[in-house]
Design a protein around this ligand. Structure first.
Ligand code: 9UX
Length: 72
């Protein structure tokens, strides 16, 4: 199963920030594609919910020093 979630990500100030988050998410088990938009302060993640949870992604983002939430 593959699902897609849209995230709001705040705290990014330069292009290296978005690249950092993108690379970290893409290295996580169960994530098939993560794309982060700096100016839009958003991210799109395609993942396997049997392997990784949205909470896992948000925790990872926080550990990197940013704030993530599910886009409402
Ligand atoms: Mo740019 Mo982002 O120097 O954490 S990488 S501000």
């Amino acid at each position: 199963t593959k699902e897609k979630v849209e995230l709001d990500i705040s705290g990014m100030t330069c292009a290296a920030c978005s690249t950092r988050i993108e690379k970290s998410l893409n290295r996580m088990e169960g994530i098939s594609n993560a794309s982060v938009n700096l100016t839009g302060e958003t991210g799109t993640v395609e993942y396997n919910p049997a392997v990784v949870s949205i909470d896992d992604m948000l925790t990872k983002i926080e550990k990197l020093g940013y704030k993530g939430s599910i886009k409402q």
